[in-house]
Design a protein around this ligand. Structure first.
Ligand code: G3P
Ligand code: MG
Length: 246
């Protein structure tokens, strides 16, 4: 049975990538969380999806150009609902404290608009300090970010994220997913869900490469991936997925 990974927490019930969203996902007994991580101007790892805080807070600005103290001045809950007014931006350390017992902790490192790759080594170091390194799976659309994680510690489990807009990677993975994964020392492939088919999953599985598609929200898709042997599903619908996968 696939593991159920709550995408940005239970993001339909609470503001995405906040502690309330992850707490609500825990209530469904999910097997793991996916989050999105950026690094601040003063080197703090924070959990937020976009490059800027504009969409998910009452402030504006690029995360990588703001200090942690500056980011903490804003409200990351009211945009979603008044019930969550005053919600703060979580640090990755706070996130790890909440999910340290989960079997799969998927930290997605976002590419920074200023080109910084500092988050890669910092995520690996922090996971070790927090005792979650063994459960960590770092993913990124940015292959260099993953390679920097491996440079920090070759035992880091890394997953490449891809979608049809990355034609070059799609072609190479389609030709031979296992060769691609081995070439870059990947533990997993994270395809946009329409890119999956049973042969692809079977081939990866046989070689010990995990396939964890995103974002899988429909009953028929979750059921198909379960039947095809996906290692995990990354979903906005944790309750539905738990019903199908457990
Ligand atoms: O990690 C899967 C998925 O989250 C990738 O896309 O934009 O939702 O971070 P995005
Ligand atoms: Mg993500």
């Amino acid at each position: 049975m696939p593991l159920v990974i709550a995408h940005r927490g239970a993001n339909l019930e609470a503001p995405e990538n906040t502690l309330p969203a992850f707490e609500r996902a825990l209530a469904y007994s999910v097997h793991g969380f996916e989050n999105d991580v950026h690094i601040t101007a003063d080197g703090v790892l924070v959990v937020i999806h976009d490059d800027t805080i504009d969409r998910t807070s009452n402030g504006t600005g690029l995360v990588c150009e703001m200090t942690y103290d500056q980011l903490m001045q804003y409200d990351y809950g009211s945009w979603f609902s008044p019930e969550f007014a005053g919600t703060k931006i979580p640090t990755l350390q706070e996130f790890f404290a909440l999910c340290h017992e989960l079997p799969l902790i998927n930290v997605e490192i976002k590419a920074e608009p200023n080109g910084s790759k500092d988050a890669a080594a910092a995520v690996v170091k922090l996971a070790k300090e927090c005792g979650v390194f063994d459960n960590l799976l770092v993913s990124s659309f940015d292959m260099d970010m993953l390679q920097n994680c491996l440079a920090e510690d070759p035992a880091t489990r890394v997953a490449f994220l891809y979608a049809p807009d990355n034609e070059e990677a799609c072609d190479e993975i389609c030709d031979c997913p296992v060769t691609f994964a081995q070439k870059y020392n990947l533990s997993a492939l994270h395809p946009f869900v329409p890119l999956c088919n049973p042969d692809f999953i079977e081939e990866c599985c046989a070689a010990g490469i995990m396939v964890n598609p995103w974002t899988v929200n429909q009953e028929h898709a979750i059921t198909a991936l379960r039947n095809w042997g996906a290692h995990a599903v990354i979903t906005d619908e944790p309750a539905l997925a738990m019903g199908i996968c457990c």
